[in-house]
Design a protein around this ligand. Structure first.
Ligand SMILES: Cc1cc2nc3c(=O)[nH]c(=O)nc-3n(C[C@H](O)[C@H](O)[C@H](O)COP(=O)(O)O)c2cc1C
Length: 127
């Protein structure tokens, strides 16, 4: 059995990517929960924290949504570096920063047991 890491109510995990999904920023909470030092995350594709149980369809939907300028929300299961996983409620924003370069930002809080249960059921039906 994989170990589940449960977030605390005050945890707020933030990361930013460039237009291709390469990590350009990660806050303290994100690094701590994911089990990485910041320098191990910066410059890597965000799929570095992808958990195998996540269906491709979820990320296809995420990318289609943010690339069309809209905000995506969803329940995401992420892998921890040394093994194990954690669930989050994620909100992903498209952003245009100075110089008109596009990037994306994800803000994540603890997912509730109910949200996790529903996501687990839904994700079993997707691939
Ligand atoms: C701002 C932002 C944050 C993301 N956060 C995560 C994340 O926490 N976990 C994850 O598995 N994918 C995340 N993704 C999606 C990944 O870029 C990637 O599409 C996904 O991990 C699936 O990997 P693949 O595209 O190589 O199949 C994020 C994307 C963006 C734009």
């Amino acid at each position: 059995m994989e170990r589940e890491y449960t977030l605390s109510e005050g945890d707020f995990l933030v990361s930013e990517t460039d237009e291709k999904g390469v990590i350009t920023f990660a806050n303290e909470d994100f690094c701590a929960i994911a089990g990485y030092k910041r320098e191990e995350l910066l410059g890597k594709n965000h799929n570095i924290v992808r958990h195998n149980d996540m269906p491709k369809a979820a990320f296809k939907d995420l990318w289609q949504t943010v690339q069309s300028g809209k905000v995506w929300t969803g329940i995401v299961k992420n892998a921890v570096k040394g093994g194990g996983f954690y669930w989050v409620f994620a909100t992903v924003y498209p952003m245009i920063s100075c110089g008109s370069k596009r990037g994306y930002m994800s803000c994540r809080r603890m997912a509730t047991r109910d949200e996790i249960k529903k996501a687990e059921e839904l994700y079993k039906t997707l691939n």
